[in-house]
Write a protein that binds this ligand. Structure first.
Ligand code: CP
Length: 308
């Protein structure tokens, strides 16, 4: 069996092109498995995985759990709400107590950037980053680029705009790394206040005009405004944001070409995207979710090759 060059999946930054292509190739096999009448394989029968989520999640949490069950792993789930974290227990104590129950892999989502890296330096288990604050969300970028490859045949040479709240987005950073590694051209677009000051140094094009961005791109990955991470106002109102930066049918119809629409979810319908765009034939939003299970199966399978 081939392995990833890394013990943990902490970010896309730690993966090279061969790693990403190996994950895609493995996901192709698992996608075939999960479309069979019997969707389960025994690959991780002796592996125990803890999903520890200190932040809310629907897609990532359910997708990891389903991927683990499809691989026949033993699974335990932990949510900070309702746990002893509320009594003051630290992250390290929480995880060490979970590990005392003989856990091999920890999938962690945390609001603090670097929390998965901290764990990787302090405990023996394999760590998978399921989103750390505004930093990285590697499996989201893998499923996004896998979905582009599935829809377009390849990622290399495609023009992808990431649109919206780039400043607070872990999806944006992981997507930039993954898309560039696979040879895509990347643009970020949004209000100047929601673009990090030095984002151009990542080798991306920077644009404030949504129409210009859409005319340039083949694919638009539309992001949610992360109000929960904003301590101040970055734009006057959601209505104004929607008017100047929202994607609607009229805007898409006025372009001289058709583009593919993506969104990592959760969607704020009527803010960054209207329903007639999110639910249109140009949208691959639900294919992204479907591919998330195969990608997470592939990541867990490849990392579990290192479990003793
Ligand atoms: N895309 C994503 O991370 O969604 P959740 O927050 O629902 O997991």
């Amino acid at each position: 069996m081939s392995h990833l060059k890394t013990k943990h999946l902490l970010g896309i930054k730690n993966l090279n092109k061969e790693d990403i292509l190996l994950i895609f190739q493995t996901a192709d096999n698992f996608k075939e498995v999960i479309n069979r009448p019997i969707k389960k394989v025994p690959s991780l029968r002796d592996v125990t995985i803890a999903n520890i989520f200190f932040e809310n999640s629907t897609r990532t949490k359910l997708s990891f759990e389903l991927a683990e069950k499809r691989l026949s792993a033993d699974v335990i789930n932990f949510s900070a709400s309702g746990s002893s974290v509320k009594k003051g227990e630290t992250l390290l104590d929480t995880v060490n107590n979970i590990l005392a129950m003989k856990v091999d892999i920890v999938v962690i989502r945390h609001s603090s950037p670097g929390a998965p890296h901290f764990l990787a330096n302090h405990i023996d288990a394999i760590i998978v980053n399921a989103g750390d604050g505004t930093h990285e969300h590697p499996t989201q970028a893998l499923l996004d680029t896998y979905s582009i490859r599935e829809k377009c045949g390849e990622v290399n040479g495609k023009k992808v705009v990431i649109l919206g709240d780039i400043l607070h987005s872990r999806v944006a950073l992981s997507n930039i790394f993954a898309l560039q590694t696979l040879g895509a051209e990347v643009m970020v677009c949004g209000p100047a206040t929601l673009l990090p000051k030095h984002v151009g140094e990542l080798g991306v094009l920077v644009e404030n005009d949504v129409r210009a961005a859409l005319e340039w791109c083949d694919i638009a990955n539309v992001l949610r405004i992360q109000l929960e991470r904003q301590e101040m106002r970055y734009f006057p109102s959601l209505r104004e944001y929607s008017k100047f930066f929202g994607i609607n049918r009229e805007l898409l119809d006025s372009l001289k070409k058709e583009i593919i629409i993506m969104h990592p979810g959760p969607i704020n319908r009527g803010v960054e995207i209207t329903s007639d765009v999110a639910d249109s034939d140009h949208s691959i939003i639900l294919q992204q979710v479907e591919n998330g299970v195969a990608i997470r199966m592939a990541v867990l399978y490849l990392l579990a090759g290192r479990v003793d």
